[in-house]
Ligand binder design. Sequence first.
Ligand code: F0G
Length: 435
Amino acid sequence: MPAQLACFEEKCRATYPITDVIYNCPRCGGLLEAVYDFPQNEVAGWKKLWRERRLSNAPIDQSGVWRYREFIPFLENFDRVVTLREGSTPLLNGPLAARLAGLDSIAFKHQGFNPTGSFKDNGMTCGVAQALQLGRDRVACVSTGNTSASMAAYASAAGLQPVIFLPHGNISFGKLAQALEYGARTLQVDANFDQILALVRQLAEKLGIYLLNSINPFRIEGQKTIMVELMDQRDWKVPDWVVLPGGNLGNASAFGKGLREMLKLGLIDRLPRLAVVQAEGAAPFYDLWHSQDRKNFTPVPDPHTLATAIKIGDPVSWPKALLEVCTSNGTVEKVTEQEISDAKATIGLCGIGCEPASAATLAGVRKLVAAGTIRRDADVVAVLTGNVLKDPDYVYQYHTGVLKMDGKPIHSQYQNEPTVVPYDPAAVEAILRLK
Ligand code: F0G
């Protein structure tokens, strides 16, 4: 059997057919993952094959996920894959951002260049492919915004009905707008992300709706390809650090799994260290990491942050993420709202831009460099998870100096307020003469 579902728990490791509709191990309740018998004798040819596909006009070759399909072989065949040309995102240098962090250089792997503007597209094309393989016609997720935008787009493109659940009043308008535009049935619930996830899991099972939250192992498979593509872009030279924001911790789990599998197959010669960065008001994984024995996970009941994408207090994938951070000799950091906002504006000044959750990476790197954990000359890649236009309210408030967290003002160090000018050439000229 080339692909199976396996319980992630070391003491269980029960396996199930890849087409079972389960999200947790029926035997022990553990998280599930896809496992494969990779054909070791073919791996040597993969790098060349993957490069050659960049010249192809076939949709699945143009996809930065399916281009690497030998690495995620959970489908019977690829006939019904729906791709919006996800992935193929750039690696961008940010000299000004490096200076802020105290590094010689930093590169951003910008997942905001995806079709719906976030890394969720990498996973969603796989989750939807599995929904089609299973013959499901309705898919659901609870989301802080990006998952729902992505699921709505891919489900509609595939002819499935998307049903999304959102924490009412707690997602950015850009993301809500996307879900509506892509035709999702949208339910705004007066509860937080963690509470709604518990509700949706019950209902999905009862109503036979396929669940596409990051607990879905096939989403994780798609997100693994972000790391494969990164290594491919770097001609397989492994960076010292890969830094990413942590919310529900699906991405940390996916990156770690992808990297371990690449190492095992000989595609890379070592693991980069993973640094996961959380917002101070929603940092249960940080607390776990810095706790004595890292065994007791304590959720944050009322998470707080303006980076709404990572406003999650009870991340489901923490056991997987913990394994990955440990295995990679990585670390977990947390950052304040002030630090996130300044880091975000600095990324903007590099001409790059991103949404608040993504900027937590740079803020985290800055702290880790100051603490001596990351060396000044280290080779660092920070993953920007979402596009700057996802949350225009935040941007506008920051640059006009009115951004607040729980009533407390955030100091806009890089404020860039628009100037209102009269319709008068002399007055405009006078303003422009001031540099
Ligand atoms: N960055 C952005 C822009 C996100 O949208 C998310 C998660 C994360 C980082 C954190 O990733 O959950 O894998 O640790 N957004 C989810 C959503 C929860 O519903 O869109 P994670």
